[in-house]
Write a protein that binds this ligand. Structure first.
Ligand code: FDA
Length: 322
């Protein structure tokens, strides 16, 4: 129920544009590394100093105008330039929808090509984050196109999709991030049951560790992490073949512990004004993350506006259901 509520809220464009006008609110500041590039670079430097590398996401979604997608492209190129100029240990994560996938496939491909080309000049890796099932195949198609010219690009495999086993074999020669999957997907395409998703997740990780290129295991699940630690030891998989990844602000002690134990560790660092959808998906994944909100919510006028709008939205949905 809560998961469904937050997933619906994450897709609400009115709340998204309302939230964008204000700074980080509702506890989002704990899990988003600021609204501008300077703040993001500061966080990256702090993480690097602790032996942690970063993947940087200049947050953005609900892009339906070409000008917005072009702005997003320019901003991501600025991030690439900043990574190079500051000599920080970081690469880029981006979403095809942010770069115009929902507007026009070729336009989006051209935007991505420009980004990958610039990053390639500095040997910076670009990760194409995976979104919902509607964008899955076009995102793989973009990867196929780009990889004809560049080798600094890779993507994400989401364990909840039935299709992922086939995809991981097809894309085994790419650097892949493997995740459980963050969007609400219909039964037609994806496992719904947590035990089934978890089992497929382990299966995909093991397969790629044994057969694939570099593997990023992106999870906050200590059971999965412990399983992977035992698996790599048993199979003599060296530490430079994989890394663990977690999101900025989550399980900070565990992030540091893994880095100190000598595992490669990468923190996903989101920043920017477009924090709302990202934040709502984090609440959908783990309602306990509401603790982050509880401390902050309704203490300013902005939060009251967002809170009231969310309440009205929820009421609308509940009434509709009846
Ligand atoms: P899950 O939420 O299943 O939790 C399992 C258990 O772990 C919990 O029961 C609890 O015991 C423990 N746990 C989890 N979070 C905790 C916390 N904060 N504190 C204490 N214990 C906790 N998705 C997608 O669709 N496309 C993408 O491109 C990406 N990219 C991405 C990058 C990175 C770096 C990460 C970490 C995640 C993504 N995701 C993603 C999101 C991913 O698909 C998934 O939704 C979330 O990571 C939640 O699943 P987990 O595997 O973390 O554990």
């Amino acid at each position: 129920m809560l998961k469904d509520l937050f997933m619906s809220l994450s897709q609400n464009q009115f709340l998204n544009s309302t939230a964008k006008k204000y700074g980080l609110k509702m506890g989002a500041q704990s899990v988003v590394a600021g609204t501008n590039l300077d703040e993001a670079i500061k966080s990256i430097k702090e993480l690097n100093a602790q032996g942690i590398s970063c993947t940087v996401d200049n947050l953005g979604e609900f892009v339906f105008k070409k000008e917005e997608a072009t702005d997003a492209k320019e901003q991501i190129i600025e991030v690439i330039e900043a990574i190079h100029a500051h000599k920080v240990d970081a690469h880029i994560s981006l979403k095809p929808s942010q770069l115009g996938l929902d507007i026009d496939y070729s336009f989006c491909l051209d935007n991505l090509r420009e980004i990958v080309e610039r990053a390639n000049q500095y040997d910076i890796f670009i990760n194409i984050d995976m979104e919902d099932h509607k964008r899955l195949q076009p995102s793989f198609d973009i990867l196929d196109e780009l990889s004809k010219e560049y080798d600094n690009v890779g993507t994400v495999i989401q364990a909840y999709f039935y299709q992922s086993e086939e995809n991981i074999q097809k894309y085994k020669n790419y650097r892949l991030r493997i995740v459980k999957g963050a969007y609400k997907e219909p039964e037609q395409y994806a496992y719904q049951n947590k035990a089934e998703i978890d089992a497929n997740y382990i299966k995909l990780i093991e397969w790629h560790l044994l057969n694939g290129k570099f593997t990023s295991i992106a999870t906050h699940d200590h059971l999965v992490i412990n399983h992977v630690k035992a698996f790599v030891k048993k199979n003599n998989i060296p530490n430079d073949k994989f890394e663990f990844q977690m999101l900025y602000g989550f399980r900070k002690e565990l992030q540091l512990k893994l880095a100190k134990e000598g595992y490669q560790f990468c923190t996903y660092v989101p920043f920017g004004h477009d924090w709302y959808g990202y934040f709502m998906r984090r609440l959908a994944e783990r309602p306990q993350n509401l603790n982050l909100v509880a401390k902050q919510v309704f203490n300013t006028k902005t939060n009251t506006v967002i809170g009231l709008a969310a309440g009205a939205f929820l009421l609308g949905r509940l009434t509709k259901k009846k």
